[in-house]
Design a protein around this ligand. Structure first.
Ligand code: ATP
Length: 736
């Protein structure tokens, strides 16, 4: 490598404040010849650097980022993104730049365009804000641009059509606003367009001329037009959680390559076109929670991937998923709203927000009584259905032919499988493959299960922290088996457990069976999980924690994550799996404060099925703790409900709800969550909602933003800055 290039690398290392992965650059030697790793790659051609990949461990999203450095999360106040990009551009033969999770903060400078040979630019999970620099439009070689999980807060640029080679454009999880420019329909080489989790509003433009487009992800925005015609080659269309209106276009029923269609949580009306169901490759279809009405003919034929009607509408099986509850269809009335719910006059105002407010008001107010009756009916049918599933679960665990059963994939997994395809190309953030570990490997990783590696002990056994040879950190759980299994039986169970993969479940990386091969003496199993560094939710909610207070939107995001994973456990690979030991101790937070459930599904191995345990009830306790903090929640649900029912609303809440929550939540959002908590904690199990209902309500609550006067817009206080009044002082007599 040319010495000038080595100097530039050292300069970059200094500017990035010496990230751990770059320690290797200390040692003399040709940096080009170092083997690539998931965290660090320097590739060269003719002694010149052409590829630079550094994946750091800084958290991506912190709620209190306001454009200034945040200690321990962003790079320090000495960092200058301008100087950094100036240094970087001295490596002017770079074709691939991947700088992920490094804490880079500031507005991305225009001079990034000096990297004129660049083909791949990935600056995900940093703290870049402002607009996406217009001079990027001159980088004609660019084919992949990924700026996910940053803070870009301008509009979506209208110059992407100048990039004639651009095939992947991913700007997910930013704060982009305003409309989606029409010019996006002119980026003709696009195969993937992912703009989910922004604040993009207005129309979905005509994408008809994007003949190579296969993946479109516009979820979680505020788009409120009708759905335009889609390019013929589409494989995945994800438009859920917008305010899309009108009918589902018949043209969608002509997309013969379509595998995954999610239109849920919009305001779509009319009857879904019959042709949609017979698409030959469609394996996931969600139309849930719209305003669809009418009836679907029982003679309708489903495509090969969906099965035949009506059974194809009834459930998830073999990886085929169809969701249509929460509409006004005349099929399956137990899971539908009344027809009046879907009338056009329910849509108040034109803008998406108004529609949602209208829906919210209707849902909480006028329709309350009707909803209650429907809910009771729904729960009655649901419990019956669920009872059947619980039986099936028990049968399944006794069934030696598990292998055949577990070949399916869930909706979420399917969707995410599409997302990992891009990181695979870019070499980052891939869900690792499951594998078998040797005992020697685990001994080495945990320093022979030393006391220093010991993290804690739960009801299933001890947990150790370890580091694998490739540098990744793991948590090794030593599971004591009280029941004797044959190796084959155990492997079938482990195989099933390994299939439970979801972004909000702690990822099981593999296992190691300690026993002889004579098939009768397995006593110990080690489960190897990804290591989750930020502790558990319980300690974050606790008043003595030194962590930053979690604001209400952050708490809601965590609850939504848990609910999504629980929904996956109830309906995904192993439908009806309701024993997941949900509690705040088992909700771990990763470096981005993303919730991950641990200890899920262990009864597949241990067979300790607690018939009384109910995930929805347990989830209710988690919400309660999230609202009030562990100390108040420990006093029990009756105590808490007395508070919020026997005082005036403001007064009751003040007495029981965590002050940070009160200071950062919209009133309606709290009301909605308190009401769903009450239902989850109903002593009569048949009155509890399904986890899907809970999720729906939480997502609705997350949309209620407090008016500017309701929160000060200031950074939430730190633990030492605020203390709840002691319960003895603040709680008046209960005898009221
Ligand atoms: N993947 C992980 N990453 C980091 N820490 C972990 C991980 N899994 C478990 N831990 C920690 O290890 C300790 C023991 O965990 P474990 O899940 O076995 O028990 P528990 O949740 O404390 O109790 P119980 O088994 O009764 O639910 C806890 O402190 C937990 O936070």
């Amino acid at each position: 490598l040319q010495s000038s290039q080595t100097e530039v690398l050292q300069q970059l290392r200094k500017q990035l404040e010496y990230p751990r992965h770059l320690d290797a650059w200390n040692y003399a030697g040709d940096l080009c010849s170092a083997p690539p790793s998931p965290f660090l790659t320097v590739a060269c051609e003719a002694n010149t650097i052409t590829e630079l990949k550094i994946v750091g461990d800084k958290p991506a999203k912190v709620s209190n980022f306001d454009g200034h450095p945040v200690a321990g999360q962003t790079l320090s106040a000495f960092f200058s993104v301008d100087s950094f990009v100036t240094t970087l551009s001295r490596l002017n033969s770079l074709k691939v730049v991947i700088l992920v999770s490094l804490g880079i903060w500031g507005p991305l400078p225009d001079k990034i365009h000096r990297l004129y040979s660049l083909q791949v630019l990935d600056l995900s999970s940093n703290f870049l804000y402002g607009s996406i620099p217009p001079r990027i439009s001159a980088m004609g070689m660019l084919h992949t641009m990924t700026l996910d999980a940053n803070f870009f807060n301008d509009t979506v640029p209208d110059w992407f059509d100048s990039l004639s080679n651009l095939t992947v454009l991913s700007l997910k999880n930013n704060r982009l606003q305003g409309p989606l420019p029409r010019s996006i329909g002119g980026v003709t080489a696009l195969t993937t367009l992912a703009l989910s989790k922004n604040n993009i509003s207005g129309r979905v433009p005509d994408l008809g001329s994007l003949s190579s487009l296969e993946i479109l992800d516009l979820r979680d925005n505020q788009l409120d037009s009708e759905i335009p015609p889609m390019p013929r080659g589409m494989v995945t269309i994800l438009l859920s959680r917008n305010s899309l209106a009108g009918k589902i276009p018949h043209q969608l029923g002509e997309l013969s390559r379509l595998q995954h269609l999610d239109l849920s949580y919009n305001l779509l009306q009319g009857t879904p076109p019959a042709s949609l169901f017979s698409l030959p490759n469609l394996s996931y279809l969600s139309l849930a929670s719209n305003m669809l009405s009418g009836s679907l003919s029982s003679k309708l034929a489903c495509g090969g991937q969906l099965g035949t009607l009506p059974p194809c509408l009834s459930d998830i099986s073999n990886g085929r998923v169809i969701k249509f509850s929460g509409n006004c269809l005349s099929d399956d009335s137990s899971r539908q709203h009344e027809s009046s719910f879907c009338r056009e006059d329910r849509i108040v105002g034109k803008g998406g927000k108004n529609r949602y407010i209208g829906l919210l008001i209707c849902a909480i107010g006028g329709a309350f009584v009707v909803m209650l009756v429907l809910l009771l009916m729904l729960l009655y049918f649901y419990r019956r259905h669920r009872h059947g599933r619980a039986k099936a679960e028990t049968r399944l665990l006794q069934n030696p032919a598990l292998e055949n059963y577990s070949t399916g994939f869930s909706s979420e997994l399917f969707a995410n499988a599409r997302y990992v395809s891009q990181p695979v190309k870019l070499g980052s953030q891939v869900m690792p493959t499951y594998r078998v570990f040797s005992l020697e490997e685990l001994r080495e990783a945990t320093d022979n299960f030393s006391r220093l590696s010991f993290i804690g002990e739960g009801s299933h056994g001890k947990v150790y922290k370890g580091r694998l040879e490739n540098g990744s950190q793991v948590a090794v759980k030593c599971l004591a088996l009280f029941k004797k299994y044959s190796i084959r039986n155990l492997n079938l169970r482990l195989d099933l457990l390994s299939k439970l993969r979801h972004p909000h479940l702690v990822c099981l990386l593999g296992h190691c069976v300690d026993g002889s091969s004579d098939d009768s003496s397995v006593h110990r199993v080690f489960l190897v999980y990804e290591y989750i560094p930020h502790g558990n939710l319980h300690s974050h909610l606790s008043e003595i924690s030194m962590e930053k207070f979690l604001t209400w939107p952050e708490r809601l995001a965590i609850l939504i994550g848990i609910a999504k994973a629980t929904h996956f456990l109830h309906t995904g690979i192993l439908p009806g799996f309701f024993n997941n030991k949900l509690k705040t101790h088992n909700v771990l937070l990763d470096e981005h404060y993303i919730a991950k459930i641990s200890d899920y599904g262990l009864s597949i191995i241990t067979e300790e099925i607690d018939k009384h345990e109910d995930d929805v009830y347990s989830f209710g306790l988690i919400i309660l703790e999230t609202l009030t903090g562990p100390a108040q929640a420990a006093r029990g649900k009756p105590f808490c409900s007395t508070k919020w029912t026997s005082f005036s609303r403001q007064e009751g809440r003040k007495q029981i709800i965590d002050p940070t929550v009160l200071g950062t939540a919209a009133d309606e959002s709290l009301s909605l969550v308190i009401s769903i908590t009450d239902k989850c904690l109903s002593s009569e199990s048949s009155l509890r909602p399904s986890i899907e209902d809970v999720l729906w309500n939480l997502q609705y609550a997350a949309r209620c933003r407090p008016p500017p006067t309701e929160i000060s817009g200031q950074t939430p206080p730190r633990r030492h800055e605020i203390r709840r009044e002691s319960p003895a002082m603040s709680v008046p007599s209960l005898a009221r």
